[in-house]
Design a binder for this molecule. Structure first.
Ligand SMILES: [Mn+2]
Length: 318
């Protein structure tokens, strides 16, 4: 019995969702199943290949819907959860308790934990720390920018490892550990410690680079990291450096895309006037009301910069 889980790769909530969901399925339905994981990334052209769904159960967590008939479980909380109107319609017409969508949840892990309790009477106290931190990390519920940037808590260290690790192997090792042990014990793993040290050095360097590159104008922080190797920098650095800012727009380059990131300061008290997912959707991107992103092909740096500049201008209210 194979359970295949497609999860949002390089995202703490994606990993925690996969870990919680695996434990739920194992405890409740399939005690002898083996679990296999596939990390999904938002790309400029996103498709689900049929051969992704090779399990006896096939699940997608914290990622977009697929109308593939082999999909048996789906949980997502992203505003932009459907690739097309046809997919959204397919979901509405074929929905079951095993396929659930609620964009009001801050984290997909909390969403799965809540539905598992309400609909299947499933509770797993061993994972309550994981669920609580997934909600803090994905919902940007840190006490302050310092907590998010200083990386003192185990969950914040794991967030950096998950976001910055090359490939999916490390993330999947962490997923398997998350389902079975406390976060502090995962971080103490010697192999993960080895990976963590250079990433932490890079994190400190990235604070300096963003400090040098960023401009804050009309409460919008703007920076361009093309030319700096900073895939997966900590998205709270701008608010740590510019506590008075409300929005951040950045352009960066990774191995597979040029990315425009649009975020909002979780610690400002003034109400946000813009829905960032809606803005990003206009450019083919998506996300949540408070944080969004647009993926461009590798070579489309000029297009990405143009979109980023337009969005920054819009957010400044000019
Ligand atoms: Mn999520």
């Amino acid at each position: 019995m194979l359970v295949r889980i497609l999860y949002h790769d390089h995202c703490f909530d994606g990993a925690a969702s996969a870990a919680f969901f695996s434990r739920f399925l194992k405890d409740k339905f399939h005690p002898n199943a083996s679990f296999a994981y596939t990390g999904m990334a938002h790309k400029a052209s996103q498709i689900f290949e049929d051969d992704l769904f090779d399990g006896d159960e096939n699940a997608i967590v914290d990622f977009k819907y697929s109308a593939n008939p082999r999909l048996t479980w789906w949980f997502d909380h992203h505003q932009s959860a459907f690739l097309s109107k046809e997919d959204a319609e397919h979901y509405r017409q074929t929905r079951t308790p095993q396929k659930q969508y609620d964009p009001d949840f801050r984290s997909c892990t909390m969403f799965i934990a809540t539905r598992a309790r309400e609909q299947w009477g499933y509770e797993q106290p061993e994972l309550s720390e994981l669920v609580r931190w997934a909600d803090i990390v994905d919902g940007a519920q840190y006490r302050d920018a310092e907590e998010a940037v200083s990386l003192k808590a185990a969950a914040t260290k794991l967030t950096m490892l998950i976001e910055s690790a090359k490939g999916s192997e490390v993330v999947q090792k962490i997923i398997r550990m998350m389902g079975a042990m406390p976060l502090d014990d995962i971080v103490a793993d010697p192999a993960l410690q080895e990976l963590y040290k250079p990433l932490y050095e890079r994190h400190l360097r990235s604070i300096d680079i963003i400090r040098q590159q960023a401009v804050c104008e009309g409460k919008v922080v703007y920076f361009d990291l093309i030319g700096h190797d900073l895939e997966g920098y900590n998205k709270f650095i701008p608010y740590y450096l510019f506590p008075e800012s409300v929005y951040t727009v950045s352009v960066s380059l990774s191995s597979f895309r040029t990315k425009v990131s649009v975020g909002s300061n979780p610690w400002v008290t003034e109400p946000l006037r813009h829905n960032l997912a809606t803005i990003c959707e206009r450019y083919g991107g998506g996300g949540h009301a408070k944080v969004g992103a647009i993926s461009f092909p590798i070579g489309a740096v000029d297009d990405a910069r143009k979109a980023a500049a337009e969005i920054a201008q819009e957010l400044r209210g000019n």
